[in-house]
Ligand binder design. Structure first.
Ligand code: P53
Length: 483
């Protein structure tokens, strides 16, 4: 099948905390991502791993606790190997690279007077390296890596002061890279502020009286991120009219388990709470009524000023982006079992799942694109999509990852279908062009890349890069446009 759209952006995505390493180089502070140790006994199918650390666990992690390993402090050493990696990205035929900038390299404490020039220099070098190969760069400004000093001193995103510190950081980057960068994403997966709040916002359950108060704090912190994001858009207009600001949301498409209207309605409710609420706010600029009703039921009272309402209304996003990995199903029964947990999902008997229990559903991507296009009429960009697998180099020093080729090509074919359906989709960055440390489980062995990196879960290994079979497949696709 020939891919129909010309000038499409094809590339890969990564995040600073999962690749860079060099966690204490050039005055960088520690981030929340770097406080989570690798857990060899982890249950790979349990996503609640994202919320299982206490404030005290984090505090203890400031120093290396003996016997524990902190994978995101080392990443894949992109900090020193970026030239080699970007050369490989170019060879694969990527014309866009979505990367994130670590706030902790620019303003390590959040409230520093001046930006850290060495941090800016590093990112200028990385961006220049991409430009050398005509690779467009999309920048995520905040990807699960809140500097720990902001959490300690200010309480993370629960505090409105964090909005101001964040905007100061963004302004520096906007001025610095005014002519190099067009596409900006203020937050990675902004809905993680509610789904796995400590990772997204730096707030902790034990600081709140009970579950209800904590949930309220999650939504309040999310609100601060919404406001910060809208202010980023406002600032962008002043600095460079050509900047394009988009949201990034972890897509949560679910289906009703069957045609029982009770289940269909339950699924609609879950779609509103887990997916549409976030898209509605960033695309339409206001809180929808169904969420206000939900807040009433949950006795959630948010502090939202009239000025903030105005800011949200006047600064909606230029395009919508989302990560897409899986879908799942919903029924009233599954919701009863896990009341209060937004991510209580069931198996779909028609889908296969990965070793991490993520259900593979390419058609769901076409459905998602059509639904989003119908609802918002805004340009769409898939900012993450990929498959994590346990892999070992074979005797030819490569990996025959036909399953990855199947996964990526079947999703890309559905993007093609969605475009033929009439959806305005302008780009796709796979997760990932190169193996990285997992965001959720901190494993190196959950590999997503077209390129294999020789490190294990304890950062043992040569760090050498090897092309997988999928690398050659993608390269060929870029030359022929044939899926
Ligand atoms: P990992 C959960 C569910 C869907 C997407 O995730 C998620 C998460 C958080 O783990 O996050 C995104 O590495 C995120 C990336 C992350 C990627 O998905 O846990 O934006 O940073 O690496 C894959 O397998």
């Amino acid at each position: 099948m020939k891919f129909v759209k010309e000038n499409f952006l094809w590339g890969g995505a990564t995040a600073a905390s999962q690749i860079e390493g060099a966690f204490d180089v050039n005055d960088k502070s520690l981030t929340i991502a770097e406080m989570r140790p690798y857990n060899p006994n982890l249950n790979r199918k349990d996503l609640s791993v994202l919320r299982n650390m206490t404030k005290n666990d984090y505090e203890k992690s400031i120093k290396n606790v003996e016997g524990l390993h902190y994978p995101k402090r080392y990443g894949i050493d992109f900090y020193h190997k970026y030239k080699e990696d970007i050369r490989l990205f170019a060879e694969a035929g990527m014309n866009i690279y979505r990367m994130s900038i670590a706030w902790a390299r620019i303003f390590p404490n959040g409230d520093d007077k001046h930006p850290n020039q060495k941090g800016l220099d590093f990112y200028r070098n990385v961006i220049n390296e991409c430009k050398k190969y005509n690779i467009e760069v999309m920048v995520t400004l905040h990807h699960f890596d809140l500097p720990y000093p902001i959490i300690k001193k200010y309480g993370g995103w629960f505090n409105k002061k964090t909005i101001d510190m964040y905007l100061k950081y963004v302004k520096v980057l906007f001025q610095e890279f005014k002519d190099e960068i067009k596409y900006w994403l203020p937050f990675n997966e902004i809905n993680v502020a509610v789904l796995a709040s400590e990772m997204g916002t730096g707030i902790f359950k034990e600081d709140f009286k009970n579950d209800q108060q904590y949930l309220q704090a999650c939504y309040q912190s999310l609100h601060h991120q919404f406001v910060a994001q809208a202010k980023v858009k406002e600032l962008a207009q002043k600095i460079n009219k050509n900047f394009k600001i988009g949201c990034m949301i972890a897509n949560m498409t679910t289906y009703s388990l069957d045609c029982n209207p009770d289940n269909v309605r339950e699924n609609q409710k879950m779609q509103q709470l887990n997916k549409y609420f976030f898209f509605d706010v960033v695309a339409r600029g206001e809180y929808p009524n169904y969420i206000k009703r939900y807040f009433e039921q949950k006795k959630i009272n948010l502090e939202i000023t009239n000025e903030e309402k105005e800011i949200l209304k006047n600064n909606t996003m230029d395009y919508l982006t989302f990560s897409y990995y899986m879908t799942s199903t919903v029924s009233i029964k599954s919701q009863e079992k896990t009341e209060g947990n937004l991510l209580s999902l069931e198996k779909n008997p028609f889908l296969k799942e990965t070793e991490w229990g993520w259900q593979i559903d390419p058609i769901g991507l076409r459905i998602t694109l059509n639904d989003l296009w119908d609802r918002y009429r805004l340009p769409l960009f898939i900012s993450e999509n990929g498959i994590g697998v346990l892999e070992k180099l074979n005797e030819n020093k490569t990996i025959d990852d036909d399953y990855r080729i199947d996964y990526l090509s079947s999703h890309m074919k559905q993007i093609n279908e969605a475009i033929l359906d009439g959806c305005d989709v302008f780009g796709y960055t796979m997760w990932t062009p190169i193996d990285v440390v997992s965001a959720g489980t901190n494993e190196m062995s959950k590999r997503y890349g077209l390129i294999y990196v020789d490190y294990d879960d304890y950062h043992n290994g040569s760090g050498k890069r090897y092309k997988k079979k999928s690398f050659e497949w993608f390269k060929k696709f870029r030359q022929t446009n044939e899926l």
